[in-house]
Design a protein around this ligand. Structure first.
Ligand code: MCN
Ligand code: CUN
Length: 795
């Protein structure tokens, strides 16, 4: 296997390869780092109006009446719209991505703090905001349901009484695996370990909040919508369905995005309000959230209350894993996940281990909290699954008195077992886990770290070493079993080579900062030999790109990346036909040498791809059956997901006086198959590891008992900075995906998935002398203190 390690990128080792994969600097950066990016809030149109949303101060309340007259009378206000106004047009409710409905503006009740109640359109943003304060809403406050554990109590107030015949807060049940087989394995096992584990509610908090500019042209009947979306095509289809607008007259443009992290997958009421406002006023309308609006009302992540159980032999062979989950979905089920997977890909909770049986049961409930559920670099709930299994495996190691690295190595799925069907039915396409684990241990100096820890413990110092090993399932997904609201999860790609040999590749996925303008040019360059600088990547505009489902679940490389490679091969096949005519030899007598076709045995006789491009558009005859032009289009339907893996090792020191956790070292070895741009991968990993430090130690969207969101600003919702993170130490192994045309797997969420368990395992390891076996995130000093005193606190 290919493997290696990298520390911080230096410009010296920046291999600016003219063609193909390599550490090429990002093509988008000259624009972005100079402040020349074009974000949604940069859009200014003549006569543009501004929209502001009135949000509920209560988590649960009946709306008795709304008086908008004072707001409407304020000079420069153009319109004030309530739920009742929308209901008159049949627009008060909209479908969510998981087949539930969500209020665009509340009509009957508000169901979470921050829910949209009314909006104002005014000539400027400040007037719109001032007018919100003049809207008088009379609420009849109801008891809120904040704790998911209380949601199903017989006397709990019913949140979703809008749904026909709904008499409780039950959202869905789901199970996977074999219950009886798992029970038998557990009953016969030497050792069973059980642990309650909470993955708290967190928020993706992208730097750019959500927003839109809607411009409805009443004459043409055309809607142009700039919006912060990770999935412009899917959004367009849903707008067509919700608003009854003809789809071909809607153009969704997702310009530069200041981060998404899953937060920009769902359709938010604000987008719909902006569209309605433009239709009503006949003017372009801009809506842009502020930070608090983003934190309290848009897609949260996690909020899983899990019980993990693991069964093993005394000598450390893992036999079974079982889990029961209570999933808090908030007031509306707005989860973005393929329809057949209501819990996302949580089914991979069996991790990287070859076990005999597994079973998961899950109950999802409604609570009076913001909707969402899949967001924040989660690979569709794989974050929760990996956290569960990697925490419980550490609990088992502690119970058996075994080294956690040894325990993992002993139980890995072996390379010859791939493709490996898990006990929950997933087919892991490929993997070679031991070299990845060994490399991480070597880079960490694992044995020496354990010695150092022993010496420190003897001194009363708290040092911890935490390990996590993950397998992800990314690249949704095969059409036969994956769709979002009936839309198959395939992606289109178009490649057009102009006469002078410059090319344009059009994608259906949407970069939020991942560097697609660079890496997709590199994929195409590698296949047809045109330098990446000569390949323009177009994305984020439904009028100018082929249909596809967008960027999330690290699916761009596995799905759209495959499409880009295949469309380039299609163009190359056509180029070969033209080359054979130009060189007057048969197709079989041509060799492809990156960027040129040459005659077998006579490499001096050749034509470049640029020559061919000119000929394809030029005068003179082309071979029989070959049309002019040099372009192709495909729609790629993956045959399986790709399964990246990684081994992470974290070293922490805890100050026994203040209980502050310091992440001293973090070693991350990732395997994402064929690596397109190592520098970009490194950036993705650095970002994800930083997210992990945030979730493990700092971040939580908490609520008080009245349902007030306590994480409504970045003063309260803490996200990590350079001060909290170490210099990341990264390494890699390469296990190509057998079914992906270039063997690449996704990597964009790997580090966010893998790092929280490594950090928590390290903290628990540090606290082992106190008898601590588990503590829930975020491991703030007060939680560490509570854990040391053996006084667990409710999450
Ligand atoms: N890459 C590569 N070689 C591979 C795999 C990936 O060079 N074998 C490169 C890709 O070409 C791409 C980047 O790494 O430029 C990420 O690729 P991929 O893993 O396919 O993920 P996506 O492009 O689909 O990005 C989505 C993923 C998700 S779901 C979240 S959430 C997240 C993440 O990306 N949000 C991000 N990383 C982010 N990074 C930034 N800067 N901003 C976000 O909002
Ligand atoms: Cu789950 S966050 Mo990313 O898939 O957009």
């Amino acid at each position: 296997a290919v493997q290696g390690s990298e520390r911080l990128t230096t410009f010296e080792d920046n291999d600016q390869k003219p063609v193909g994969h390599g550490r090429m600097l990002r093509k988008e950066d000259p624009r972005l780092v100079r402040g020349r990016g074009r974000f949604t809030d940069d859009i200014q149109l003549p006569g543009m109006l501004h929209l502001a949303i009135l949000r509920s101060p209560f988590a649960h309340a009946r709306i008795v009446g709304i008086d908008t007259s004072a707001a409407a009378a304020l000079p420069r206000v153009r319109a004030v719209v309530t739920g009742a106004d929308l209901a008159a047009q049949g627009l008060a409710w909209m479908p969510t991505l998981s087949g539930d409905v969500q209020a665009v503006l509340a009509t009957d009740k508000v169901r979470f703090q921050g829910q949209e109640v009314a909006f104002v359109v005014a000539e400027d943003r400040y007037t719109a905001r001032d007018a919100l304060e003049l809207i008088d809403v009379e609420y009849d406050v109801l008891e809120p349901v904040i704790d998911a554990r209380r949601a199903l109590a017989p006397d709990a107030p019913v949140i979703r009484d809008d749904l026909d015949g709904k008499t409780n807060n039950h959202c869905f049940d789901w199970e996977t695996g074999d219950k009886d087989a798992t029970e038998a394995v557990f009953a016969a096992a030497d050792v069973v370990v059980r642990q309650d584990i909470v993955y708290p509610r967190v928020h993706p908090a992208p730097m750019e909040t959500c927003g839109a500019v809607a411009d409805f042209d009443a004459v043409e009947g055309r809607l142009k919508l700039w919006s912060t979306t990770q999935a412009p095509h899917a959004h367009r289809t849903l707008y067509a369905i919700v608003a009854g607008l003809p789809e071909h007259k809607i153009q969704v443009i997702s310009p530069d995005l200041g981060g998404g992290f899953g937060n920009k997958v769902p359709i938010y009421p604000g987008y719909v309000c902006a569209i309605v406002a433009s239709i009503v006023t006949g003017k372009p309308v801009k809506w842009m959230e502020d930070r608090s609006e983003n934190l309290i009302s848009t897609g949260f992540a996690r909020d899983y209350i899990m019980r993990g159980e693991i069964a093993a032999t005394r000598d450390g062979r893992i036999l079974g894993i079982r889990t029961d989950v209570l999933a808090d979905h908030g007031a509306f089920n707005g989860t973005a996940a393929p329809v057949k997977y209501p819990a996302g890909f949580f089914g991979v909770f069996t991790g990287s281990y070859d076990i005999e049986a597994a079973y998961c049961s899950m109950t999802a409930v409604y609570t009076n909290k913001a909707p969402g559920g899949v967001a924040y670099a989660c690979s569709f709930r794989i974050t929760e699954a990996v956290y569960l299994v990697e925490r419980i495996v550490d609990c088992l190691a502690a119970e058996l008195g075994m080294d956690p690295a040894e325990l993992r190595l002993k139980n890995f799925i072996r390379p010859e077992q791939f493709p490996y069907t898990t006990k929950t039915g997933w087919v892991y396409d490929s993997g070679d886990y031991e070299p990845t684990m060994r490399l991480a241990m070597d880079l960490a100096g694992y044995a020496e770290l354990r010695k150092e820890q022993e010496a420190k413990r003897a001194n009363g110092e708290l040092m911890g070493i935490g390990i996590a090993f993950f397998t992800e399932a990314v690249g949704a997904g095969p059409r036969k079993d994956m769709d979002i609201l009936g839309l198959g999860m395939a992606d289109g790609c178009e490649l057009r080579v102009h006469p002078t040999g410059k090319a344009v590749v059009r994608l259906s996925v949407q970069s939020q900062g991942q560097g697609h303008e660079t890496t997709f040019a590199q994929i195409v360059a590698e296949e047809i030999g045109i330098p990446p600088a000569d390949i323009d990547v177009v994305h984020g505009d439904t009028d100018n790109t082929p249909f596809g489902l967008g960027t999330y679940g690290s699916r761009s490389t596995p799905v759209s990346g495959a499409a880009a490679a295949l469309v380039a091969r299609k163009v190359r096949d056509k180029a070969r036909l033209i080359a054979s005519a130009m060189l007057e030899v048969s197709v079989a007598d041509l060799d492809w040498e990156k960027g040129r076709f040459q005659v077998k045995g006579d490499p001096g006789k050749s034509v470049t791809i640029q020559d061919i491009a000119m000929r394809a558009h030029g005068a003179g005859d082309l071979p029989d059956g070959v049309e002019g032009g040099l372009e192709a289009q495909i729609c790629y339907n993956p045959s399986n997901l790709t399964y990246p893996h990684g081994a992470y090792i974290c070293v922490v020191d805890i100050d026994p006086g203040t209980c502050e956790v310091k992440v001293r070292r973090f070693i991350a070895v990732d395997d994402c198959g064929t690596r397109i741009n190592p520098m970009i991968i490194e950036g993705q990993v650095h970002g994800g590891l930083t997210d992990g430090v945030g979730m493990a130690l700092m971040e939580m969207i908490a609520f008080d008992e009245d349902g007030n969101c306590l994480g409504a600003s970045l003063m309260d919702y803490l996200i990590p900075t350079a001060l909290e993170v170490p210099d990341w130490e990264t390494g890699f192994t390469v296990t190509p995906s057998p079914h992906h045309p270039i063997g690449a797997k996704g990597v964009g969420e790997s580090a966010t998935v893998g790092s929280p368990p490594a950090i928590v395992n390290a903290v628990v390891d540090a606290l082992a002398p106190y008898g601590v076996r588990h503590a829930d995130m975020p491991l703030t000093p007060s939680r560490v203190w509570d854990a040391m005193r053996g006084a667990p606190r409710p999450p």
